[in-house]
Design a protein around this ligand. Structure first.
Ligand code: PAN
Ligand code: ZN
Length: 192
């Protein structure tokens, strides 16, 4: 017996279709404390969409051995010099890894390990990124069009946003002389 595929991914746009899809949207108003220049963010249009995520969740959240598959759409824009970006997270199950791949646009995958060492990988159509366990990850759009990125991660990975909300990443991706630069945050250095 041959069945039609239950889900589809449009390879050009990253758009997912089928059942078990969850859609979420993050607007500037929901990203308080995320960007360095909080007063600039607060003065911008709070309804402006920063990013959307569609996720195919064919099994219950937390199912051991299951996999989720998603597409993130990060809009172009900046808060001051800092590029629009996702909140970022560690996985709750710290050992859970994830794949990202670039579909459209230009961006940077910002990564940080548990020792707060931070680095970035440039994202472009066809780029493939293995995010090991114990590494926090966030996407920033450094281009002029929507950054579209695919992802696949374990269904029991979970998301720990609290660590990032409390301490942030140890570097910020800013536009310096018209180009993206990952700038270490002095204020994150432990005081003597
Ligand atoms: C991605 C992210 C997505 C949105 O699907 O969840 O890019 O970023 P935040 O979750 O940090 O808001 C992923 O990494 N899943 O594990
Ligand atoms: Zn993740």
């Amino acid at each position: 017996m041959l069945l039609a595929p239950p889900f589809r991914v449009d390879l050009q746009s990253g758009v997912l279709s089928g059942e078990h899809l969850i859609h979420s949207v993050r607007r500037l108003g929901a990203l308080g404390g995320c960007f360095e220049e909080e007063s600039v963010r607060a003065a911008m249009d709070q309804d402006r969409v920063v990013y959307r995520v569609s996720a195919l969740m064919p099994v219950k959240d937390g199912t051991p051995g299951g996999l989720f598959f998603g597409t993130s759409f990060v809009e172009p824009g900046r808060v001051g010099a800092e590029y629009f970006m996702t909140k970022g997270h560690f996985h709750q199950q710290r050992d859970s890894a994830e794949y990202y791949w670039g579909i459209q646009g230009e961006g940077v995958l910002i990564l940080m390990d548990e020792q707060r060492r931070c680095w970035g990988e440039t994202v472009s159509p066809g780029s493939l990124h293995y995010i090991p366990g114990r590494v926090a990850h966030r996407l920033a759009n450094t281009g002029e069009v929507t950054l579209v990125v695919g992802a696949c991660w374990p269904a029991d990975a979970g998301h720990d946003y609290a660590s990032i909300a409390e301490q942030g990443f140890s570097a910020r991706l800013k536009c310096v002389s018209g180009k993206p630069a990952l700038i270490p945050q002095e204020c994150d250095e432990p005081s003597p």
